[in-house]
Design a protein around this ligand. Structure first.
Ligand code: NDP
Length: 285
């Protein structure tokens, strides 16, 4: 079975971006900059933010962190977003989710300027994705499409099944898979907790994408022989990080699969860098 190595692919993407930015910086332009807002002290979010900051530094993007207290009000958070929207030295704004329960994440995401929405969560960017118009694409789904393309695995004409319909993974991934183009053009089925025949749907997939947030839920018997399996899930367990798929069982049946860790996670961060560099080029070139 082919292991789809997101860690190595992400490293190559960072190398490419680093070279591209070094070329642009020779023109004496200001550096690309990403603002990262973290509210509260969720340890997992702190790790994600640190990883994103490190990835930015690797390629030459300046990252500016805004660490706000757990009891930050909606107005305070929105005013930080406003300041960053109007700062012409900032190219991208990332609001680390989840927010503390007292805050309205949707309202905050709508507040981010569309041209700085490098996470691709603004309703206008999602709407453009639906219409197939150029837009910032959510990092996890776009990172997955990028990984498949770099392994020359095309979903075109194939049956793709997406398990999960979240706004940040399942829905935008289903939209990307059904767009026209050589590395899209799939026939897509989206499954969720209301799906009555999940096992059968999964077994029908040439390409199975799992983003359900349930550790090792998808077993070997739910996968077609030779399928390509993309595991988005991340769970911290006593035995280390595991995904939504039972890797040991599925790796005996799949033709290619992403590991956890080292699969989709690094590609998500790489895509954030791709989106930030794309915003930067639109702002300065
Ligand atoms: P959500 O909890 O928002 O969504 C889970 C989806 O799975 C829902 O649509 C839910 O259905 C569906 N689901 C849950 N249980 C079942 C079931 N038994 N049968 C069928 N469908 C089911 O999760 P996210 O999309 O945010 O994340 C999914 C996983 O991916 C998590 O483990 C998360 O940590 C990980 N993740 C990883 C990222 C990375 O970079 N690698 C990035 C983002 C997330 P319903 O809508 O009906 O409730």
């Amino acid at each position: 079975m082919l292991v789809l190595d997101g860690k190595e692919t992400a490293r190559k993407i960072r190398e490419e971006l680093q070279k591209e930015l070094a070329g642009i910086y020779k023109k004496d332009l200001r550096p690309a900059a990403l603002a990262v807002i973290l509210v509260g002290e969720d340890p997992a979010s702190e790790v994600y933010v640190r990883n994103k900051e490190k990835a930015c530094a690797d390629v030459g993007i300046v990252s500016k962190s805004y660490k706000l207290a757990e009891n930050t009000s909606q107005e305070e958070l929105e005013s930080v977003i406003d300041v960053l929207n109007n700062d012409e030295n900032i190219d991208g704004i990332l609001l680390q989710l989840p927010l503390p329960k007292s805050l309205n994440a949707e309202k905050c995401l709508e507040k981010i300027a569309v041209h700085k929405d490098v996470d691709g969560f603004h309703p206008e960017n999602i709407g453009k994705l639906v219409l197939g118009l150029p837009a910032f694409k959510s990092c996890t789904p776009a990172g997955i499409m990028n990984l498949l393309e770099r392994y020359n695995l095309s979903v075109s004409g194939k049956k793709a099944v997406v398990v999960g319909r979240s706004n940040i993974v399942g829905k935008p991934l289903a939209l990307l898979l059904q767009q026209t183009g050589a590395f899209a053009n799939a026939t897509v089925t989206v499954c969720h907790s209301g799906t009555s025949n999940l096992e059968e749907e999964c077994r029908s997939a040439d390409f199975l994408f799992v983003a359900m947030g349930k550790p090792a839920f998808i077993k070997g018997h739910m996968v077609k022989d030779g399928a390509v399996v993309i595991d988005v899930g991340i769970h911290r367990t006593e035995n280390g990080l595991v995904g939504d798929c039972d890797y040991a069982e599925i790796s005996k049946k799949a033709s290619a699969m992403t590991p956890v860790p080292g699969g989709v996670g690094p590609m998500t961060i790489a895509q954030l860098l791709v989106n930030t560099v794309s915003a930067y080029k639109k702002h300065v070139l």
